[in-house]
Write a protein of this length. Structure first.
Length: 162
């Protein structure tokens, strides 16, 4: 097998994995919403999430929605076009596993896929993404991107709630 075919298969495999992960996360959210609606109906409440809380009283955690068709992020009623940039793919990767650290090495391999990419490139990409989010009125989402000892995460548990 040629190196080009190996690279192409690797890319396709990664895209399939990301699609399956995204589908699993969507399924989980759909299940939670359906469970809330069922619980509300059983309790006789007209609106399961009228106050943004689950039956247990725990506030639901909202993830940013990343629209690959428009290359935009939707967060708390706002939409920001990020374009086909590393920032969009970086945010998409962090949002796929919120509140979990992802190593610099994994991010560099998945987003830049360049043998010459280094952590300085990643840090600069995170800075540009934060600036773009703040300029688009999504400062709380920008602040939720946390870095610590060679890892980054989208810390939604620390993001202020509205």
């Amino acid at each position: 097998m040629t190196p080009e075919k190996v690279r192409k298969l690797s890319i396709l495999s990664r895209q399939l994995s990301e699609s399956l992960m995204r589908a699993a996360l969507c399924t989980k959210e759909i299940s939670e919403i359906a469970r809330d609606e069922t619980d509300a109906a059983a309790d006789g409440r007209p609106d399961a999430n009228g106050n943004g809380r689950r039956r247990s009283g725990v506030k639901t955690q909202q993830r940013p929605l990343l629209d690959e068709a428009t290359l935009s992020v939707i967060w708390r009623g706002r939409t920001l076009h990020l374009g086909h940039t590393q920032g969009f793919w970086l945010l998409a990767r962090l949002a796929r596993c919120p509140n979990q650290y992802i190593t610099h090495l994994d991010l560099l391999q998945e987003i830049w896929d360049d043998e010459f990419a280094d952590t300085a490139l990643l840090r600069a990409g995170v800075r540009r993404l934060r600036v773009k989010l703040r300029q688009g009125g999504m400062g709380d989402l920008a602040d939720a991107i946390a870095g610590h000892r060679g890892r980054y995460m989208l810390n939604l548990s620390a993001a202020p709630r509205h």
